[in-house]
Design a protein around this ligand. Structure first.
Ligand SMILES: [Zn+2]
Length: 180
């Protein structure tokens, strides 16, 4: 009996903290530029971008289900990217239209893993560029954030296996490296 009450309280706390996290994307302007960390940035840019694009939820689910092709385990940039996609699926309103091209969706879900990774990375690249533009950071904080992202990317690349591919889609996207 006591155990089930404990579980209920834990669940309530978890859902409360998740809601807070979701709320943050709308309150990010109130966060001081010097307090924006690399993982905040990656989370926001992914989530904001997906909302703006009306990213199809079934494609988002496909990416998470096939996480081994899209994310590097232990990569500090892949984690907030995955979290943003999961939160998007849970909480974004459903939509019948999307701003993503049919071509890029087809590529993400296609057989060619390298092409799928490139397409995913191109989307994340666009999202991070848009996020940098919308945050309107001063030079000092923009450079600091870019340094943090670059350090995280190094860590991610160090954790990447050879069989995964030659680059990490989330890391390159967040660090402004455009896959052609
Ligand atoms: Zn990565």
């Amino acid at each position: 009996m006591k155990k089930s009450i404990f579980i209920l309280i834990t669940l309530a706390l978890i859902s409360f903290s998740c809601n807070n996290q979701w709320k943050n994307i709308y309150e990010k302007e109130s966060k001081a530029a010097s307090d924006i960390r690399a993982d905040d940035f990656v989370y926001w840019s992914t989530l904001d971008g997906m909302i703006k694009d009306k990213f199809p939820k079934e494609v988002a689910e496909y990416i998470l289900t096939n996480g081994n092709s899209f994310f590097v385990g232990k990569c500090p940039i892949c984690r907030p990217t995955e979290n943003a996609i999961a939160d998007y699926i849970k909480k974004a309103p459903d939509s019948n239209s999307t701003n993503l091209s049919a071509e890029i969706i087809q590529s993400i879900k296609g057989e060619n893993k390298t092409e799928a990774q490139k397409s995913f990375s191109q989307i994340l690249y666009r999202y991070s560029q848009e996020q940098f533009a919308s945050l309107n950071l001063d030079d000092e904080n923009k450079k600091r954030l870019q340094r943090e992202l670059e350090a995280d990317r190094k860590q991610g690349m160090g954790a990447k296996s050879q069989s995964f591919g030659t680059f990490c889609p989330s890391c390159d996207g967040a660090c402004g490296i455009k896959q052609e």
